[in-house]
Design a protein around this ligand. Structure first.
Ligand SMILES: NC(=O)c1ccc[n+]([C@@H]2O[C@H](COP(=O)([O-])OP(=O)(O)OC[C@H]3O[C@@H](n4cnc5c(N)ncnc54)[C@H](OP(=O)(O)O)[C@@H]3O)[C@@H](O)[C@H]2O)c1
Length: 491
């Protein structure tokens, strides 16, 4: 690794930069994982001095890796001394040339590796990329350590066509090799473990197919409404914000074939292959909902349409459930129920594989109606892997009950579990693209949803309403029932 590194964050005054990126970089620094001569340059329109930028950044840094207060304070001071700030307009070549001057002044030269992180809203994405390109700052990779890498955040377009256009425009400025499309879910520890669980253990892979798996459910839910992201969210909705990206990434890792090697290209080849095996979603297999005010007595939580920044006649979906099919030898006939929503009854991201019933169960007479085995991979919160089995309750009678074998990360691995952005930023620095989304992968994920998006956008009515804090709209259970899926017992 080169001793130098300039990290340039466009949108450095924003939420992502302040709450995720700078804390993640500090965590890497605390673990001595950043090059010795690194510098961070924040760039945004808000006028800030270096000192003001550092004060803001300090608010979100944590001492997770250095619990001793004095040592942590010293590390923070050293880290912040390497953070600088330049104010300017995103679409301005001159502003980025000023930034380049500042990098030269502080870092001594513009040589050495450069990491650009575009932590900015989609509306200003292209202008920023073009302005950066016009400055010549995005030099082609030179041999050795003198690389330039650019991290971009979702949303990558609004549909297949706009995503392709965005990719083509960005390709004028950054090469594919330089581009790191991030989906921070892929940095989550349990998802990184999914390939290990599947392919480094003998016990799961033989069962991981249509013969033994009855259905797969992938769930992402939040117990809060849109909060401060109303403007962005209302323009995109839950299908584009969560289902097309986070859920499809979780599905791809769950359903993919074994890659030929544990290497970026091989893994991404298999993810593309499985996404391409999913036929376009049919409108009748999609349920959309929007949260209404909480039922009485539940703390006065507002309807989506009453949230600050949301138009009072918004038809944007805050909940979506879909049933997808993976048309290949392994999965034909197995429904994949994917759902995501805001203002639901809890916070959870998890993958459930429910197995088929034992074909000829000698205990059917003794203990009828026991639930099938289920493997649950809980991505957040309280990461873990749980396996529901049937077990004899100790005692003199033969009493059978479902019981959980559990691998709860918090107890099994008492060390610090890295944040997704720590892991992903380190991968960018190392040049490991395994956990970043390739262009064809993105296109394949859009192809699944492209046919339903016009209907999602042109809805004549509000999506089905569900009370804040509930499990979602009534259509959820109806969709599941149509595909022979049993969801959890009624609340
Ligand atoms: N926040 C997250 O956790 C998160 C998670 C996943 C993906 N993302 C994606 O990451 C990107 C950045 O997220 P964010 O939450 O940090 O966004 P943000 O806070 O809304 O925007 C980042 C910065 O961009 C500038 N900006 C905002 N709106 C602008 C506009 N209309 N025109 C010009 N500049 C504008 C603001 O800085 P100045 O006014 O100082 O220029 C703001 O501080 C977005 O694409 C988002 O979708 C964010």
């Amino acid at each position: 690794m080169s001793a130098q590194l300039a990290i340039i964050i466009a949108g450095a005054s924003g939420d992502l930069a302040q709450k995720k990126l700078l804390p993640a970089l500090f965590s890497l620094y605390a673990q001595q994982l950043l090059p010795a001569e690194f510098r961070i340059f924040g760039f945004a329109r808000t006028p800030l001095t270096d000192a003001a930028f550092r004060t803001r950044a300090a608010e979100h840094l944590t001492c997770r890796y250095t619990p001793e207060a004095q040592a942590c304070a010293a590390l923070m001071a050293q880290f912040l001394a390497r953070c600088h700030y330049v104010a300017g307009e995103y679409g301005s070549r001159d502003a980025f040339l000023d930034l380049a001057d500042r990098v030269r002044q502080i870092a001594g030269s513009l040589g050495g590796p450069r990491l650009f992180y575009l932590a900015i809203p989609p509306a200003i994405f292209l202008d920023t990329a073009r302005a950066l390109g016009d400055t010549g700052l995005i030099a082609c990779d030179a041999p050795g350590d003198d690389w330039t890498r650019v991290v971009i955040e979702k949303p990558f377009g609004r549909d297949r066509a706009s995503s392709d256009r965005l990719a083509a425009e960005l390709a004028r400025v950054f090469t594919d090799e330089q581009t790191y499309r991030i989906d921070h879910y892929l940095g989550k520890e349990v998802l990184q473990n999914l390939l290990v669980l599947r392919f480094a253990n003998q016990v799961f892979e033989p069962l991981w197919n249509r013969t033994y798996v009855r259905d797969v459910r992938i769930c992402w839910k939040e117990d809060l409404g849109v909060g401060a992201r109303a403007g962005y969210f209302d323009a995109y909705g839950i299908v584009r914000d969560v289902m097309q990206n986070h859920l499809m990434q979780m599905l791809a890792l769950t359903a993919m074939e074994p890659p030929v090697a544990f290497a970026a290209q091989a893994i991404r080849n298999e993810k593309v292959r499985v996404l391409r095996a999913i036929p376009p979603l049919r409108p009748e297999d999609l349920v959309l909902g929007q949260y209404a005010a909480a039922a009485r007595g539940a703390g006065g939580r507002p309807a989506y349409r009453a949230e600050p920044g949301v138009p009072p006649d918004s038809r944007t979906a805050t909940y979506a459930a879909a049933v997808l099919r993976v048309e290949n030898e392994r999965w034909r006939g197995v429904p994949f129920f994917v759902e995501c929503g805001k203002a639901l009854d809890g916070q959870l991201a998890a993958i459930h594989l429910r197995f088929r019933d034992v074909p000829s169960n000698i205990f059917d007479q003794t203990a009828p109606g026991l639930p099938p085995n289920e493997l649950i991979i809980r991505v957040q919160p309280d990461e873990g892997i749980f396996y529901r089995i049937v077990n004899k309750v100790p005692g003199l009678n033969l009493r059978l009950e479902p019981t959980e074998l559990n691998l709860r990360y918090r107890t099994a691995f008492p060390g610090v579990i890295p944040e997704a952005y720590e892991s992903l930023l380190l991968d960018v620095i190392k040049g490991d693209k395994s956990l970043f989304i390739r262009g064809d992968e993105l296109a394949a994920a859009w192809d699944i949803f492209d046919a339903v998006l016009p209907a999602v956008d042109a809805r004549p009515a509000v999506p089905e309403l569900y009370p804040y804090g509930s499990r979602g709209p009534a259509g959820r259970a109806q969709l599941a029932a149509r595909h022979g899926l049993e969801l959890e017992p009624p609340a």
